[in-house]
Design a protein around this ligand. Sequence first.
Ligand SMILES: Cc1cc2nc3c(=O)[nH]c(=O)nc-3n(C[C@H](O)[C@H](O)[C@H](O)COP(=O)(O)OP(=O)(O)OC[C@H]3O[C@@H](n4cnc5c(N)ncnc54)[C@H](O)[C@@H]3O)c2cc1C
Length: 386
Amino acid sequence: MTSPFSFKPLQLPSSLEPLRLEARAFLAEAAKDWSGWKVGHSWTGFDRDFSREVGKRGWIGMTWPKAYGGHERSGLERYVVVEEMLAVGAPLGAHWFGDRQSGPLLLRLGTEAQRQRFLPLIARGEASFCIGLSEPDSGSDLASLRSRATRVEGGWRLNGRKVWTTNAHLCDFMIGLFRSGGQADTEKHKGLSQFLIDMSASGIEVRPIHDLTGEAHFNEVTFDNVFVPDDMLVGREGDGWAQASGELAFERSQPDRYMSAFPLLPLTIDALREAGTDDRLASRRLGEAVAELAVLREMSLSIVGQLQDGHSPAKEAALVKDLGNLHEQRMPDLVRELLDCPSSIVAADRLSELQAFLVQNVPSFSLRGGTREILRGIIAKGLGLK
Ligand SMILES: Cc1cc2nc3c(=O)[nH]c(=O)nc-3n(C[C@H](O)[C@H](O)[C@H](O)COP(=O)(O)OP(=O)(O)OC[C@H]3O[C@@H](n4cnc5c(N)ncnc54)[C@H](O)[C@@H]3O)c2cc1C
């Protein structure tokens, strides 16, 4: 039987090792005082100074043309740097969404003026972007969204409400999806448009939403007659649905979809070593986790290759995200199983803080970026079952 999924193997060439070592050396210095709590936030943690440092080293917009502040490096070089950053739980949030989603979107579909204005800022770690998709009654069924963009002289007026917008309170710009025509109930996928929105524009209100930890990294954002000039429309009016869903293969296949809990692994191994445990079961369970990671990495790398070749492997990306979320959600359970009494283990402080953070956050891993049920619907379609 031929598989409906395509995962052509892709080997990372050894010529990338110097770059890996360079990133590792930079991170060893930067990460030495990071608490377990900070490490837990990883790519959602917001630290502008860190992003500027990363930008100076040429590690944002790595694959973009030099003409727009990029570095014309390969997707595999970017992969290596991203892997190293996630391995230590680096706070990437101030540039992550611009680097991963908004920048590539503008590169592909933005006007020349938009590219020249925004891409160099993102690449220097100076402009941060948030993603305005979800609404109170439109999450999984995103195309039913109701926030409106109404044509006015010189641009558009935005009205409506977005929810769960990660770091909206800290970001400079949002790329938001609005209904510029058509009806939510009758022609859901038509008449949606994407806009670049300056978060300091008048009429925008950002209210925090608290999560289980008590922190408020995501928000409700209301738009009350917010004016957006014509030159801030992204791509073509009415093409927003295809544009936004085209971004998802980038969003769903990357190492952040299976490495959110990765920093637990080396800390757990260190703790077991220091405790002098010679437990065959622990070795086996850790071995299983490492094997899972290795497979996920191969699958994710294969998608990078396909994206580089101009394909859009949406169903493969859904598979990586679903399996990746299962792996990263299991990590705190594994630690609980192996380290029954963290207080008796030397150097457990960072570990137990990270563990506490992750136990409270893992439920969200399979919600953000598309819920498990929706991804499984995409996978089932790929298998011809739906
Ligand atoms: C930590 C975090 C950060 C986020 N950041 C952002 C952000 O920056 N920007 C943004 O726009 N959004 C963001 N989101 C929102 C996220 O993408 C949505 O939560 C998600 O798309 C689900 O939407 P919902 O919460 O409205 O749930 P609903 O769509 O109401 O779904 C509720 C449940 O029903 C299931 N369900 C719904 N429809 C179906 C169906 N047809 N078949 C089977 N099951 C179904 C879902 O899978 C889910 O389990 C974030 C979410 C989280 C948790």
